[in-house]
Each structure stands twice: as C-alpha cells, then as structure tokens.
Design a protein around this ligand. Structure first.
Ligand code: NAD
Length: 499
C-alpha cells in the first residue's frame, strides 16, 4: 500500500502551478479580460489553483495560433507526426506517477485507477494513432485506359474539441491523438471542473509539438465553449459531454456546415442470465465483479452499467452475493493505492447524485445498500463522497431512465430473453451494455439485439484504442477510437488524371 502525499506538499511526486493561463501558440497566455476562477479538489473541497476564465477573445487568439500552425503541420510527413506522438507517449510514461496523482487530485478518482488504467490507456492511444497513420493507405482507381483516379487523405485544417470532466486526460487523448496524427491543428477546451491535469500534462509535453498545433483554452461552457463550437474558423467540432449540450453543439455546427462527433450520455443495461449461477466458480466471480462495475470511477462513466437486469430464477441469490460484493468496495482517500472508490468530481455533481438518492426513495425503490452521502472524516470531511448504492425497482422509474452519473445502481428482474432485451432497449440512450451468460449463443444474440454502440459480453469496461466506440440513439453521433477515427479528421482528395 502507498499513500501519495497531497500535491504540492512535502514528499509529493508533483505540484500544480498556483495559476494556469491558457496554452496558446506554445506558451502560457493570460486571459484577455484578466479573469480567473477557482479549481477546488473534490478530495478535500479545498481550492488548489486558479484557472484562466476565457471568453470569445481568447478563443480567437487560439484560433489565430492554430491557423498559423496548421499549414506546415499538415504538410509534415506521417513518419514525422508519428514520431512526435511516440515522443509524447514516452514522456507521459516517464512521468506516469506524476500525471496519475495530478488526475487523482483534481478529479477525485482513486489513484490505483489512474496509475493502472486512465493514464496507461491515454499513452496507448497516442501510440496506436502514431502507428495507424503510417499504416493508412490512399487508393488508385483505373477509370479507363487513359484515366486514373488517385485518392488522398488530407487534414481538415483547424478543429475544435470540447471535453468533459470524468476522464480529463483520457478524453483529451481520445480527441487529440487522431486529430494530430491526421495533421490537424487543434483548439481544445477542457471542462471547467477539471482543467488542471491537462494543463499540467501540457507543461510536460508542450515542447514536443510545434507552436500552435495544440492550444488549450480554459473556461465555462457558454463563455468559452460556445464561441469555439460556433466559430466559422473551425472545420470540425468534436464534443464529449451531456446529451442536452450535444444538441446545442450540433445546432452551432449547422450554421457553419461542419462535421460533428458527439459522444454523449448513457444508461447502460447489464444483463445477468440464470446460468451465471450454474457453478460457484470463476465465471460467477467475474459476473459479480461485472455487477459492481457501476462504482468504477465513482459511477462517473458514460457507459456506467447503471441498470442491472437479473433473470428471475437467480434474482434473490445472485443479488445477495452481488450486494455483499458492493459492500466490500473500499471507499477512502483517493491518494491511497488501496482505495477502490474516491470522491465525486465536483460539489455540483455531488448535489445532483444526492438528489437522485432522494428521488429513488420517493419513487418507492428499495435501498439494498448505501443510499446516503459518505463522510470519511478527518482531512476528507470537506470532500464529495457518496456511498455505493443499489436500488431495487422497475424500469419505468426515473432512477432507471435518467443518467445519474454516480455510484447508483438500479436493479430489476426479467422473466426470459425477450423481456430482457425489451427492458434493456427501453431507454433513450444506446451507448454501452453488458451481457453475462455461459451460453455463447445467448451472449452473442443479446449482444446483437441490444441497441448500443458497445456491448461487452462476459466482460465490462475495456476501452482498447483499436475498438470503435460511440453511441446509438441519444448517446451520440459518430465514433471514436479505431482506424476509422482518422477518417473523421480528414478530407478525401480525389485527383482525376488523364494521360
Ligand atoms: P457537459 O455537457 O455539461 O459539459 C461538457 C463540456 O461542454 C464542458 O467542457 C463544458 O464546459 C462544455 N459546454 C457546456 N455548455 C456548452 C455550450 N453551450 N457550448 C459549448 N460547450 C459547452 O457534460 P459534463 O457534465 O462535463 O460531462 C458528463 C457527461 O459526459 C455525461 O452525460 C457523460 O455520459 C458524458 N460522457 C460521454 C462520453 C462518451 O464517450 N459518450 C464519455 C465521457 C462522458
């Protein structure tokens, strides 16, 4: 067990700057209006740095820098861009512990997760797209004996990116790596709740990129995000966040006729068929682990398996074991490597989750465990903690239909296969889903019948760079990750040559 020291205190592996400006044109640039906002840590509720509060003027400066950088960057060889992405990955790996502690402190998530998952995965995404861009090929079509069509990939130019607070560095990487590999210059706006880990990352890797290729502008949604997303100086907007905000982003993009990628909310079902309890073995154990995955990252995951549907024959027995597993989740200081569940990312999110705990109780759902905020005492008493909570109810309830984005699970039984699929699909969303069965045919069929962009069968919460990710229905438009993502950041040039 290791307990990391609080950033900036004696023995800490890293410290934040006390103030972060915007990163524009390869240097720190103060906000035009000179305003800053406070960045508190959800671990203890205390402000640890202040952040530039940007407006349309700052977005314009960043767009100037991006436009100045884009032509030369777009003409670099793919080998050169790939090398830079590899160098970024190497630098991140050398500083893994520092970045993991930074992300833990700013977001409240457990450091064991940032060390083992978030940051290694982010590093791998840079490496994946460094390889992918070199492997990408154009095409030649022979039109007739005197005419040939050549197909080339060209960068879009300058693109805008807006990200949420639940995986600050990973969400930035999912967007930056393919955009940069494809030869675009970027203006990115982090979430106002969690800007400092990506700014800290920039202080580590900024020298590896030509000036102006990546620009980070901080601030709030309407003040800074809207001028970026509605600018006629970007050739694409990529957004991850709430479905309601995604609708606005699409409206802004309509004015400028630019492509959008929207990665939005979810209310993912997790199905457990009778046969998971056929033996008390490793498969059952994995299924129980799959059930408790709703608490990973404090439930602040777009694919959080927030609805568990359990077949009637095993409902009571499985639930008894599963709830015991949830009770064993170790909640505590996020900087302690033994801690499995940390703090919710912000006080607003904490309040929202508490309101859903009240809604669930008012709707008549039964609390099987949790149901309250958690006071961890001592230095953590000002932090934003919630007990992992399991409600039993029915799929018409608000706690089954609305995205809570916290460690709150809603459980209901199903009678047979058809009812399982019907409940699973009875939602506005279609992002993720889980299916647990020893019967390969059932797992496969359910995987195909559930309307979601990512269905895990007999596993959950893996996000490899080479697997396409995105939503059906209100969960989004387009995909991220995988080779296909390069195409979302490129134009196709067709050169038709007569000989
Ligand atoms: P949010 O929509 O409130 O904010 C996301 C970003 O949009 C922030 O940077 C914010 O400042 C900005 N923003 C807000 N209003 C804006 C506007 N009018 N114009 C431009 N930008 C604006 O979302 P959040 O609360 O930060 O994130 C949680 C949501 O993100 C959840 O719904 C979750 O499911 C979703 N999410 C989805 C994925 C995915 O891949 N599908 C991944 C992570 C999170």
């Amino acid at each position: 067990m290791t307990v990391y020291a609080k950033p900036g205190t004696e023995g800490s592996v890293m410290s934040f700057q006390s103030r972060y400006d915007n990163w524009i044109g390869g240097r720190w640039v103060p906000p035009v209006k000179g305003q800053y906002f406070e960045n508190p840590s959800p671990v203890d509720g205390q402000t640890f740095c202040e952040i530039a509060r940007s407006t349309a003027e700052d977005i314009d400066l960043a767009l100037d820098a991006a436009h100045a950088a884009a032509p030369a960057w777009g003409k670099t060889s793919v080998a050169e861009r790939a090398l830079i992405l590899h160098r970024i990955a190497d630098r991140m790996e050398e500083n893994l512990e520092k970045i993991a502690v930074a992300e833990c402190w700013e977001n409240g998530k457990a450091v064991r997760e940032t060390l083992a998952a978030d940051i290694p995965l982010a590093i791998d995404h840079f490496r994946y797209f460094a390889g992918a861009i070199r492997a990408q090929e154009g095409g030649i079509s022979e039109i007739d004996k005197d005419t040939v069509a050549y197909h080339f990939h060209e960068p879009l130019g300058v693109v805008g990116q807006i990200i949420p607070w639940n995986f600050p560095i990973l969400m930035a990487t999912w967007k930056l790596a393919p955009a940069l590999a494809a030869g675009n210059a970027v203006v990115i706006k982090p979430a106002e709740q969690t800007p400092s880990s990506i700014l800290y990352l920039m202080s580590l890797i900024g020298d590896l990129l030509p000036d102006g290729v990546v620009n980070i502008v901080n601030g709030f949604g309407v003040e800074a995000g809207k001028p970026l997303a509605s600018s006629n100086r970007i050739r694409k907007i990529a957004f991850t966040g709430e479905t309601t905000t995604g609708r606005l982003i699409m409206q802004y993009a309509t004015e400028n006729l630019i492509p959008v990628t929207l990665e939005l909310g979810g209310k993912s079902p997790n199905l457990f068929f009778d046969d998971v309890m056929a033996a008390d073995d490793g498969f059952l154990d994995r299924s129980l682990e799959g059930f408790s995955m709703f608490a990973l990252n404090q439930g602040e995951v777009c694919t959080c398996p927030s609805r568990a549907l359990i077949q009637g024959g095993i409902y009571d027995d499985f639930l008894e074991k599963a709830v015991a597993r949830v009770k064993a989740i170790k909640q505590g200081n996020p900087l302690d490597t033994d801690t499995m569940m940390g703090a919710q990312a912000s006080s607003d999110q904490w309040e929202k989750i508490k309101s859903y705990l009240a809604i669930g109780k008012d709707e008549g759902a039964k609390v099987l465990t949790g149901g309250e905020p958690a006071d961890l005492g001592g230095d953590l008493s000002g932090g934003f903690y919630i007990q992992p909570t399991v409600f039993a109810g029915d799929n018409k309830m608000r706690i089954f239909q609305e995205e809570i984005f916290g460690p709150v699970l809603a459980v209901a039984p199903f009678a047979d296969y058809d009812e399982a699929i019907s409940i699973a699909n009875d939602t506005l969303y279609g992002l993720g889903a889980g299916v647990w069965s020893r019967n390969g045919a059932v797992a496969y069929r359910a995987g195909r019948d559930i309307q979601a962009g990512r269905v895990w069968t007999n596993t959950y919460h893996d996000y490899p760079a080479h697997a396409a990710f995105g939503g059906y229905k209100q969960s989004g438009v387009g995909r991220e990750n995988h080779l296909m993502m390069l195409g979302h950041y490129q134009q196709t040039k067709n050169l038709l040559v007569g000989y």
